[in-house]
Design a protein around this ligand. Structure first.
Ligand SMILES: [Zn+2]
Length: 175
């Protein structure tokens, strides 16, 4: 699965990003969503989708409230964005998420043809962009996703650390 020989050595995601995107600014909005999740006793991960310089989707993890294993921040944000655009193709969109996407979310991002993903903290236990898998760069798939990681990583990670520290109970989730 993690066959690094398949990766294109010349592939430089950051070099392909158009100009200077205000990543920090948008990531702060995703962080606001993560904090909203914490306030609802959900694992604090937030995501937003930006298109044409404006936010068209804003969501946070709601797995507990919805009793839905697919209710990760990115999944909800993708659904919202598709509804806003009236299309499942999210071309021209940038997704910001406070935690490195898991395999499910990375798969959904690929399905939605999202061209650019900006993520915050790495997830060594479930990350499918850099940590465990590199799904966005897998040449066997018919779509690639440009991505920038570790944006406001300390802040994004701290929200999670503080949440689990505050819980002191079984960490029922990875992220
Ligand atoms: Zn996920």
């Amino acid at each position: 699965m993690n066959d690094s020989d398949d990766f294109d050595e010349d592939y430089e995601p950051e070099a392909q990003l158009p100009g200077v995107l205000p990543h920090d600014r948008w990531m702060r909005l995703a962080l606001d969503e993560a904090r909203a999740a914490a306030a609802e006793d959900e694992v604090p991960v937030g995501a937003i989708v930006v298109a044409g310089g404006r936010v068209i989707a804003s969501a946070h993890n709601q797995r507990e409230q919805l009793a839905d294993p697919t209710a990760h921040a990115e999944m909800i944000a993708l659904t919202q964005a598709a509804a806003a655009l009236g299309s499942w193709r999210l071309e021209g969109c940038v997704l910001y998420v406070t935690l490195e996407p898991c395999p499910m979310c990375a798969g959904a991002i690929l399905q939605a043809r999202v061209p650019i993903v900006v993520w915050g903290a790495a997830d060594p236990k479930a990350g499918a962009v850099e940590s465990l898998y590199k799904l966005f760069e897998d040449s066997r798939l018919n779509h690639r996703v440009d991505h920038v990681g570790h944006v406001l990583a300390d802040e994004c990670g701290r929200v999670l650390t503080e949440f689990f520290r505050g819980k002191r109970r079984g960490p029922g989730a990875g992220g």
